[in-house]
Design a protein around this ligand. Structure first.
Ligand SMILES: *Cc1c(COP(=O)(O)O)cnc(C)c1O
Length: 360
């Protein structure tokens, strides 16, 4: 099955085979070595040249687990989080903070609009109680790219903490985490890194680690300093999904061999192929090109075609597309181009799509 959903993605045979390494105990030196390999590869891939300024915290759980851990671990008593919300994942961050009864403020936007950096600057000047700002890098809801660099600059200049959900962006979009002084960046194995779902991570700026230790512990499983202390000693507080870590390690090797910039370029080219053909077919994209990411395109459903019938017809041909979420559920469909897929597979999909749009 060719997966054109934004994770889990198709992985290479090499990554799949890595699941079959021998059983090990996570309290033994073999696991310590595996964890260290993953951490050093993460730093090499995402903060090249500044590896010593960040720690890579790895945990078992899907991306949301680590987003929640990052959010809950970054607020001192009595201070607030400001969320830039322009999609399902920004909304989710707001709900997480609200659920834990931590103070949340929002700058809320249409799902097709980008947050306005000037408004953020104004809000931060006016609201000293805001301690941290959280934003999604690539809003998977619509495939919208948010202005990370501008926002990072403002947050840094205003001496606040920036928590970035880059779960669907890392290895798919260009970002200079270290130069932008971003304190926390969350990612996952099962999207553009081309590993399996079940393990995710956060890159934390070292200077912030000490501060975080003084903040209240709000969760047993999701308290980041707990992981950082354990991982500093080469261990992990809870039983990890060991086999998934093996595959993650292999996927990171694959990424470093391909090169992060080359991976991004490959995705960009695949997206261009999809977008050119869809434009020729008259299928209308939800976003203008300057807001689109390299790895997802959201389209309005062609006239007279329901999502379910389009989905089902494509699935019988071996292609899985993705529905819209929230109020876009019955209006759009999404095509992701993450994963170990070839140009021939995308060409096959586009032919099948053209057929599937014809009346039965
Ligand atoms: C996929 C994704 C997540 C995490 O989703 P999980 O289902 O928990 O892996 C978080 N944020 C964004 C922007 C995502 O695309």
């Amino acid at each position: 099955m060719v997966l054109l959903n934004p994770g889990p993605v198709n992985v290479s045979e090499r990554v799949r085979q890595a699941l079959l390494h021998p059983d090990i105990c996570h309290r033994e030196s073999e696991f310590t070595a595996l964890l260290h390999r993953i951490q050093s590869k993460l730093l090499k891939a995402f903060v090249p040249g500044a590896e010593s300024e960040y720690v890579a915290v790895v945990m078992t759980g899907s991306g949301t687990a680590t987003v929640e851990a990052a959010l809950m671990s970054s607020l001192p008593h009595g201070r607030r989080m400001l969320i830039l919300n322009n999609g399902v994942y920004g909304e989710r961050m707001s709900q997480i903070i609200g659920l834990h009864r931590l103070g949340v403020s929002e700058l809320k936007y249409e799902w097709t609009a980008r947050p306005d950096p000037d408004k953020l600057l104004l809000a931060l000047r006016q609201h000293q109680e805001v301690h941290a700002v959280a934003m999604v890098h690539h809003e998977t809801t619509t495939g919208l790219l948010n202005p990370v660099q501008e926002v990072a600059e403002i947050v840094d200049n205003q001496n606040r903490v920036f928590v970035l959900d880059a779960v669907s962006a890392l290895a798919g979009e260009t970002i200079d985490i270290a130069r932008s002084h971003i304190y926390m960046v969350v990612g996952t194995a099962g999207k553009c890194i081309q590993g399996f779902p079940g393990v995710s991570f956060v890159l934390v700026r070292k200077g912030f680690v000490e501060k975080m230790r003084a903040y209240p512990k709000r969760s047993w499983y999701l308290h980041l300093p707990h992981y950082i202390d354990n991982e500093g000693r080469g261990t992990i507080p809870f039983t990890p999904a060991v086999q998934v870590y093996y595959a993650f390690d292999e996927a990171l090797s694959e990424l470093l061999e391909e090169g992060v910039a080359n991976r991004i370029q490959r995705y960009k080219q695949m997206a261009a192929v999809i977008r050119d053909r869809m434009a020729k077919l008259g299928v209308k994209a939800v976003l203008p090109p300057d807001r689109q990411s390299n790895t997802i395109t959201a389209y309005y459903l062609p006239e007279g075609v329901s999502y379910q019938s389009l989905h089902d017809r494509l699935k019988t041909q071996g292609y899985v597309i993705y529905a819209g979420q929230g109020n876009l559920e019955n209006k759009i469909f999404r095509v992701a181009n993450m994963g170990a897929l070839t140009a021939a597979q995308f060409a096959g999909f586009l032919d099948a799509f053209e057929q599937a749009c014809k009346p039965v």
